[in-house]
Design a protein around this ligand. Sequence first.
Ligand code: FAD
Ligand code: DLZ
Ligand code: SF4
Length: 506
Amino acid sequence: MKDLVLVLGDQLSPGLPSLRQLQPGDADILMAEVSAETEYVWHHRKKIAFIFSAMRHFAGELREAGRQVIYRAFDETPPCPDLASAVTDALAAGDYKRLILTEPGEWRLREEMAGWEERFGVPVVILEDDRFICSRDDFNRWADGRKQLRMEYFYREMRQRTGLLMEGGKPAGGRWNFDSENRKPASGDLFMPRPLGTEPDAITRDVLDLVEARFPDGFGDLRPFRFAVTRADAEKALDHFIAKALRDFGDYQDAMLKGEAFLYHSVLSAYINIGLLDPLEVCRRAETAWREGKAPLNAVEGFIRQIIGWREYARGIYWREGPDYVRHNELEATRPLPDFYWSGETDMACLAAAIGQTRREAYAHHIQRLMVTGTFALIAGIDPHALHEWYLAVYIDAFEWVEAPNTIGMSQFADGGLLGSKPYAASGAYIDRMSDYCAGCRYDVKDKTGPKSCPFNSLYWDFLDRNAGRLRGNPRLGPVYRNWDRMDETKRQAYRDRARAVLNAL
Ligand code: FAD
Ligand code: DLZ
Ligand code: SF4
């Protein structure tokens, strides 16, 4: 009797634990495009196409390597509603001794799968996903007993563990972190590199037609579709980033420019998250570029920190905090998500730019997510769970294990400060410093409380005022509250009134 191995849409790695020990004759591999996975949030249509096409290409590669693959396509009749139905059908059609899978990346599926052995009546073996540098147990060992889980300390341990940018046990360049050098605003440049696009092949073109027909009302533009869907093409995109953009990644990491969706970012997150690229390998490539003098240390350290630091840390937090983490709402924010988060139709130029490119590209870079859509939701008091579902829906790289800690924790402070020492609240001055959005905006970023004043300005103070009971004691906010206290009451009331008007207009 053979084993049945279920491989999910974000597990497209030949070295996956459930695939690597098995001989071709010992197992059938099951992959299924199912409506439940396309519907648990309203995914961007590019994301659905990306996952389906990458799954189909991966199934093809497995077959070429001599594996037996049972592939359930979305458009077959009858369609397959969910992963459990795909398993039920496969078990009914064959004679299998066990069901084997690599753990899924979400509590939702993990909790469902815990009941599968009983449901299917066969032994179910769930293997740990070891495509990460830090296992869940190792993260818990690091976190246990610490009062604060600061990413910076976790990151230093990951540097030591991987040896990345280490010289004789010390950090290269004598410092662990070069972030202070990474905050330059950018200016438009005709020669700015663009991420390497991949022309859709016949498989992708079929998938695009399928998604167009079956998700006519889905979010976001489906075409043009330029994402890589195979390991080979994702590696080309990595080569291109290392050669063309990495050297400026650090300097302009926090910059935002109208009409430039990608700047010097890698646009590799989706490939890493579904298993087309290995995170450690990506970091080693960046380190080699530095050792060969092709990219400066501030860029390479910044890039590596995002991957072995933030990415691993987010995953550790997600599994440690449990399934209710996404429901945290420390600041008791309850305002519904404004419709313009979906339509992009707002006269705030920064939000229109970030959301417009999100609709077109299924991509926004970190500072757009954190300091534009994230900060606005925070200071406007938007329900963090609604915002979490939005981030999970609209980005090509969105998977809950990485999205939720970034949204609930880092961006919205809804976990009460587990990830960040203070909320990422800011007035319009931050966006004005780091972007060229304000120049073309109907609002005036320098105006604090007038009818044309930038909404971020009044919402910022109103947020601090509304949440003073919870935030005043935060040592990093002490100076800010002292400024608020020093303002005369007429000015404070003008901020409150303008904020009310902005919120009522949402
Ligand atoms: P680059 O800027 O080129 O960074 C290099 C790599 O570092 C990325 O590919 C990614 O793998 C990793 N990385 C960078 N920042 C982070 C971070 N904060 N957390 C984890 N990994 C990071 N990232 C996701 O992969 N999926 C998500 O669903 C997601 N949701 C987010 C939601 C919010 C509210 C915020 C503030 C951030 C979110 N991020 C998410 C993190 C980050 O914004 C994206 O990883 C990054 O923008 C992807 O673009 P890139 O590949 O060009 O990244
Ligand atoms: C995101 C996604 C989508 C849209 N569709 C599928 C699918 O049809 N079949 C599948 O196996 N996986 C899909 N995925 C990825 C899963 O949602 C992902 O594996 C879980 O969210 C766990 O990370
Ligand atoms: Fe955004 Fe305010 Fe600048 Fe307009 S003025 S782009 S709303 S920060």
